[in-house]
Design a protein around this ligand. Structure first.
Ligand code: FA5
Ligand code: MG
Length: 382
């Protein structure tokens, strides 16, 4: 029964020791600040904005299809690379496999970069409709809407030939129609009237594929990816002759829109001035900023080498400054006409969400960022 499946999932949440995650394998690229986030499970806290949002999405699916969706929210984030990539048809040369983008424990084991990592295993258990919520990990840029650990919810629903025949549609057309109807209904349930648009997208595991964008703070914000599941994933893991839709939504992005939360770092704060504003089950809270302290900008310029990547730079800034780093932005990029060497200048914004920073503190951080850049990135500081 579905409750047995849910219990099996809960049992999979183990406490991972540091040695299991930060191994001595040369391929390992997990930092301490990333390891420390594992097991926090913000989405399991009922009065945290992510827990409130998870609950509201569960409610929507329960109202639409009572008892149909099995929910998983405690699957461990350390997964086989095979599950994260191969089993959902991500090609061997796809960029997302690069250790520049993904955290590797060893060559065969990763911190999942999306909840799609669980699609195949859950289909193999014979579950035909499910929601998987969890923390996911990506090496990425630094700004108000990107964080190296965030939360996704995966949704999958499988249909039979009888379903699309009754609707007089072909299988793909039926799954696509159901998918869009379901997600538009979800947006309506969460936001009421909101401006949204479908954008054509590409994912190796769906065809056709779309992203849903919502108009927020004067910009279009991508909140989810989705599509009709590629047939081999279903055939191989569940059996032939069926069709399914799948989606993966970013919980922080949706919660930012819903609760008016301006910066993704706030989800990780322990400050009661943030946390006490939210109540379990209450979707109507609009976050009120408590004294916003001014940012402090520091520039760093260097001659890059071929091996330079922006994600490596951001990892350094995060490991030195943690959540005091608000944004890292390329502000100048030029190639010297004679030497052919390329110089980058990045502007780092330092800001605390809950206190004011002293000049000494910021200068110390910037000095450490500079020395770590020159030690680790094989670039020449200017
Ligand atoms: C995926 O992760 C796909 N697995 C989604 C999917 C599932 C597609 C099933 C089709 C079928 P993508 O990388 O676009 O796709 O991420 C999905 C969502 O996660 C984004 O729309 C965004 O809301 C959120 N997201 C992505 N990167 C970050 C980040 N660094 N910080 C916060 N949220 C992010
Ligand atoms: Mg995307």
């Amino acid at each position: 029964s579905s409750s047995t499946v849910a219990q099996a999932a809960a049992a999979a949440t183990a406490t991972l020791s540091r040695d299991e995650v930060i191994t001595s394998h040369p391929y390992n690229n997990v930092t301490d600040s990333i390891f420390q986030k594992i097991g926090t499970n913000l989405h399991q806290q009922p009065s945290h904005p992510l827990g409130i949002l998870k609950g509201a999405i569960y409610d929507y699916f329960d109202q639409q299809h009572p008892g149909t969706f099995t929910t998983f929210d405690g699957l461990a984030p350390v997964v086989a690379a095979k599950a994260n990539f191969d089993e959902i048809l991500i090609p061997a040369d796809h960029v997302s496999r690069s250790p520049n983008d993904t955290y590797y424990v060893d060559p065969d084991t990763v911190l999942r970069c999306h909840t799609s990592a669980h699609q195949a295993e859950i289909l193999r258990q014979g579950v035909r409709a499910f929601l998987v919520t969890g923390d996911v990990y990506r090496r990425d840029s630094i700004d108000a809407t990107h964080y190296p650990v965030f939360h996704q919810m995966e949704g999958v629903r499988v249909f039979n030939p009888a379903d699309w025949q009754a609707a007089g549609m072909d299988a793909t057309q039926f799954a696509e129609t159901e998918l869009k109807r379901t997600l538009e209904g979800l947006a309506q349930h969460l936001f009421g009237a909101v401006e949204m648009r479908w954008v054509d997208a590409y994912f190796p595991f769906t065809e056709p594929s779309y992203e849903l964008e919502i108009f927020f703070n004067g910009e279009w914000l991508e909140v989810l990816g989705c599509g009709v599941m590629q047939q081999p994933i279903l055939d191989k893991n569940l059996g032939p002759g069926q069709k399914a839709w799948a989606f993966g939504l970013g919980l922080e992005r949706l919660a930012m829109v819903l609760f008016d939360i301006p910066d993704i770092r706030l989800f990780w704060t322990a400050d009661q001035r943030f946390l006490k504003q939210f109540k379990a089950g209450d979707l109507t809270t609009k976050f009120k900023s408590y004294s916003k302290y001014p940012p402090c900008y520091k520039d760093v310029a260097f001659w890059i080498s071929d091996a330079f990547t922006e994600n490596n730079l951001c990892e350094i800034v995060r490991s030195v400054a943690g959540d005091l780093a608000e944004e890292v932005k390329l502000i100048d990029n030029f190639t010297h006409p004679k030497t052919g060497r390329t110089s980058h200048c990045y502007r780092i914004a330092y800001r605390s969400m809950d206190r004011s920073l002293t000049d000494e503190e910021i200068n110390a951080l910037q000095d450490e960022v500079r020395s770590t850049i020159s030690d680790k990135l094989k670039v020449e500081l200017r």
